[in-house]
Design a protein. Structure first.
Length: 437
């Protein structure tokens, strides 16, 4: 007789920790400095070979070991891009409330993890699943007196009182929007109603956080890029609304990867460079405070960001009449619009020129300016770049464009990578020879 044995906690952690890794809502901040890829490591790294334990970035930029786990990977929804959807035939797992709370506390007491990222598939109903997740966090907070970082996913369509409870217990909340518009969402996630299931809970969270309710300090969300044939401009419009209207801390972009057995299994993979261009625009919006009119210049006629130029360079190339800027007289905003120059180097230039004129590339490079990218756009006594007309020929000419394309082709893609099919979780991302190197 075949006796079926229940999965152990370690087996569940192994399965559900691996599934939670697909969610990128606590990845390190990608740097926009490189035109081809982020410079700093961009991945969650599995730690100590313990299932479900990853190194992740906190909202304040510090790194901690985080237990990233799903409450269950069973889901009654049929999202076309998701390995947890009803389309995929495989064994599913689920924790009990105390089992997960105790597993987390054990790892915490051994100093293996300092925080928790908890998400879930939708088992039963959104509210039932949310209620169980809230109970896990309640046990950890109230019974075990854990005061550290907890990122809690809000289930789409969960009741208000559960969202309220999540806001009072979690450090950060998130609910995945997945697609920029309701029509696009219904194409890839037919059972979800964007207004009722996602936008309404987002507005509740915003009101609860801004009203000082509980301990949550912000909300974030994630979009699947390339699954619904949306343009980069569609994504920008939604991203802009989330930051300006609801004060989102972060919007994350997850490149689409086809999942076997789903209706999108033949749909093309989204190239990593598209994801990176979206993060660069996001950065220009949040950190550099570019206006929407300026950012619009980065998009082509079809609403996509060109892959061969980073958005900051694309915008500068279309505003050549405003360059070169005089290093010794430019305002902070003017300096920030120069490719190859960021907030830190702009601040250093402003600081240094109080004492003396800046007049060599060596001193600019010591302040963090990337000469290779900045030379056509900066002017100082020791350097006078070509006039706008000649620059247009130098930078827009066919030869220059081909060169940029060749540079782009030299970077890795998921097809040539051989290590992973996605940047998320790839241990090679950011190392020499890979995007971000
Ligand atoms: S609701 Fe979430 S877990 Fe369920 S299928 Fe959709 S994306 Fe996957």
């Amino acid at each position: 007789m075949l006796i079926k044995r229940a999965a152990t906690t370690i087996e569940k952690l192994d399965a559900l920790g691996g599934m939670a890794r697909d969610d990128i809502l606590s990845r390190p901040e990608p740097s926009p400095k490189s035109s081809k890829g982020p410079k700093q490591p961009y991945t969650l790294q599995a730690r100590n070979s313990l299932p479900g334990v990853y190194r992740a970035a906190l909202p304040n930029g510090k790194f901690i070991n985080l237990m990233r786990v799903m409450f269950t990977d069973f889901c009654k929804y049929d999202c076309h891009y998701c390995p947890n959807s009803t389309w995929v035939p495989r064994k599913r797992y689920g924790f009990k409330v105390d089992e997960l709370a105790n597993a987390f506390m054990e790892l915490h007491q051994r100093h293996t993890v300092a925080g928790l990222f908890l998400s879930s598939g939708i088992a039963g109903s959104s509210s039932l699943t949310m209620e169980r997740m809230v109970k896990v966090v309640e046990v950890i907070r109230k019974k075990h007196k854990f005061n550290g970082y907890i990122h809690l996913k809000v289930m789409p369509g969960a009741d208000y009182h559960l969202v309220e409870a999540a806001a009072s217990l979690g450090s950060r909340l998130s609910i995945n929007i997945e697609s920029p518009t309701p029509e696009m969402l219904s194409r890839i996630s037919p059972m979800k109603d964007m207004q009722r299931d996602i936008l309404d809970p987002m507005s509740w969270i915003h009101k609860l956080i801004s009203g000082g309710h509980g301990g949550a300090i912000g909300q974030a969300t994630q979009m699947v890029v390339g699954a619904a044939n949306e343009t980069d401009w569609d994504i920008f419009q939604r991203m802009e609304q989330l930051y300006s209207q609801w004060n989102f801390k972060r919007v994350y972009y997850s490149p689409f990867q086809p999942v076997r057995y789903t209706p999108l299994e033949e749909h093309p993979v989204t190239p990593m460079v598209r994801e990176h261009r979206l993060y660069q625009v996001d950065w220009l919006k949040r950190v550099y405070r570019y206006s929407n009119d300026e950012l619009k210049l980065a998009y082509d006629d079809g609403g996509f960001l060109p892959h061969e130029d980073d958005p900051k360079t694309s915008i500068a190339l279309q505003n050549l009449d405003t360059f070169p800027v005089n290093v010794n007289e430019a305002t902070r905003d003017q300096l920030l619009r120069v490719p190859g120059l960021g907030p830190t180097s702009a601040q250093r230039i402003l600081q240094n020129r109080k004492a003396h004129s800046v007049d060599t590339w060596r001193s600019l490079q010591a302040m963090g300016v990337v000469k290779k990218r900045a030379w056509p756009f900066l002017y100082f006594p020791g350097h006078r770049p070509p006039r706008a007309k000649q620059l247009k020929l130098d930078l827009f000419g066919e030869a220059a464009r081909e060169q940029r394309k060749a540079g782009l082709a030299a970077t890795q893609t998921p097809e040539t990578c051989g290590v992973a099919t996605s940047c998320a979780g790839c241990p090679m991302y950011g190392t020499p020879g890979h995007p971000g190197a």
